[in-house]
Ligand binder design. Sequence first.
Ligand SMILES: [Zn+2]
Length: 375
Amino acid sequence: MKPTVLLIAVLLGVGLSALLAEIQHQSAPVPGSVEVRYPQPVKPAESMTHDEPEGSELPVSDNPRIISRSAYDITPLSEERVRELASRLDPEAYRVTQKAGTEPPFCGNLLDNKKEGIYCCVVCGLPLFSSEHKFTSGTGWPSFYREFDPQHVRRVEDRSHGMVRTEIECARCGAHLGHVFDDGPKPTGERHCLNSASLVFYEKGAELPPESRPIKTEVAYFAGGCFWGIEHYFQKGPGVINAVSGYMQGNTENPTYKDVCYKDTGHAETVMVVYDPTRITYRRLLEAFFDMHDPTQLNRQGPDVGTQYRSGIWYVSEEQREQAEAYIRQLQESGKLRGPIVTQVERAKTFWPAEDYHQDYIAKTGRACHVKDPW
Ligand SMILES: [Zn+2]
């Protein structure tokens, strides 16, 4: 492993987003986000609940688990564990992943693979790349314009062969994967150049081994005015894996920010909170939510006025509904609030993720936020 780890921001696409931002928003989008995007709408019925891998051999470490924003355990494996896993590899996979080898061009078995699925680390099984981002580069090596999750692939300065390049490694086991270059296609402009031998491909629908599956998560949805601040602070919650800004409870499909603001679509700016139920409870999320906004303001929060800024809890189970209603009753009866709580409690409809430039907006821009830190 190389000694210097370079933290290079991932330049996600800002083309269309930039244009939209110019039109719709006074603030320009800021490139440099490292985020997991959920490009597909999330229907409550298929909300991100996964079975905990059974019999997982991962991880071997005394440190607390590190969970990526796509809900995978990325706690670095011990050197001993990596040696053990590597000893099971075939000689070519061993040479590439453990000795930073490079396979000859146009020889790898995954170069022309056009099937839908995910590409996992051949050593530890962590998902690293997706068929969704694969493209034909003509270089002779499998090429992707972005990672499955930026947190799963580590970047390291490589000064071998008299060049300065950026090597890419598996963030969990340190396996050498290939290099990343800045001559890729939109939206990132990056080309992740991979060795087939460092990857194992699983076609969509195939059963994944435990080490390639996410941890068990639950999801909750909260609308508390402008989603920037609410998302920012939910993301900081201990046990929160991912917070995503989006639109919910409206009447149209695939709404844009412009639609929601000007076309009366009925959507509320909503934050989807994916969390580890073994580390944080729904009740604690409710407390944080009511700390962060004023539930007595009807269809507004501070300077933001309109139904898209209404206060709401969109539940995905009867248990969530009961907890939300009970908490609201309790808060109302406590006398801490000046007026009646107007927060709506409704069954969750489809979650439509907001445009990229809205995601991690406070973290990316460093803008001040009126929302109180609830932690
Ligand atoms: Zn790995």
